[in-house]
Design a binder for this molecule. Sequence first.
Ligand SMILES: *[C@@H]1O[C@H](CO)[C@@H](O)[C@H](O)[C@H]1NC(C)=O
Ligand SMILES: *[C@@H]1O[C@H](CO)[C@@H](O)[C@H](O)[C@H]1NC(C)=O
Ligand SMILES: *[C@@H]1O[C@H](CO)[C@@H](O)[C@H](O)[C@H]1NC(C)=O
Length: 319
Amino acid sequence: MVKIINPVVGACSSFSLPNKFQVKGEIYTMVPCDGLLLCIFETGSMAVWNPCLNQVRWIFLLNPSFRGCSCYGIGYDGLSRESYKILRFVNGVFTKNEYANTGSYKPEVDIYELKSNSWKTFKVSLDWHVVLRCKGLSLKGNMYWIAKWNRKPDIFIQSFNFSTETFEPLCSLPVRYDVHNVVALSAFKGDNLSLLHQSKETSKIDVWVTNKVKNGVSILWTKLFSVTRPDLPVLLAFENLSYPVHFIDKNNRIVVCCEEVLADKRNVAVNIYVIGEDEIKRQDEIEQHQLGFSWPFISGYTYLPSLVPVPSSEDNTPE
Ligand SMILES: *[C@@H]1O[C@H](CO)[C@@H](O)[C@H](O)[C@H]1NC(C)=O
Ligand SMILES: *[C@@H]1O[C@H](CO)[C@@H](O)[C@H](O)[C@H]1NC(C)=O
Ligand SMILES: *[C@@H]1O[C@H](CO)[C@@H](O)[C@H](O)[C@H]1NC(C)=O
């Protein structure tokens, strides 16, 4: 099932996934874009789904096997939204030996166009990988991830431009990389990005925003706020919990959903907090479930519902 939580009014509704989903296995990951959800199943199947319209389109696959170490994206050409595209590439983090000597590797990049119902495949040389468990962000037609150079300790924002079908590194990050810290991306005021960082050591939360997303220009990160106080939640206490998900509300506070282990050490609560510079409140407990049941299947996504229809293909190929 899916639960939709509106943290602004505190409403929570749940409903079953489409019947057609039940036979495809678990959903491994999703990427939201304009109210459409790209769903990747454990079995390798892919679908584009608009839950508001209850529309589903299955993506025809050349090779319907699941590739767990892949990254996925969805976006479109220019501003027209005429042609949505899906991106899939192997993320080098799991193929360490392949790039041990050179720092680079040559994954296959697959792009599917919804309009023409066709795939194309090419190889590129990459010397970076998407930081493990970082969710990709689809924003104004392009994809953004937090990535790390293979031979340098620095992390940066990597983008994929669906117009040119190329990867374009965008800017470095104002935080140091530490595998134990939380780093997560979200959108902020239209075109801008936000970065949530929590230090595992001190629990301090920093929220940064950009004021411009532009190709080739150094992007300015501005700190929106920092907060350190003893009652701050630890957003990711263990690696086997779901990665926290956040967005920034209109009062410049973060609304963050995270899992926290309960005192019995066997169960987990899924909580929503609203955290600002001088305030913190727990908004809601969404549910409780057993520890060890979280990853990768139970995960939150920030999603703006819309009535964008799931695009059909020109040739109307049956699903
Ligand atoms: C991005 O942020 C800047 C600074 O807060 C703001 O002026 C601008 O309007 C934002 N961009 C968009 C598209 O809203
Ligand atoms: C993507 O590439 C197009 C064509 O070069 C360019 O006009 C556009 O600004 C790029 N988009 C971003 C977000 O960089
Ligand atoms: C989750 O991780 C913690 C810390 O590494 C460990 O103590 C615990 O046994 C793990 N639980 C499960 C169910 O994997």
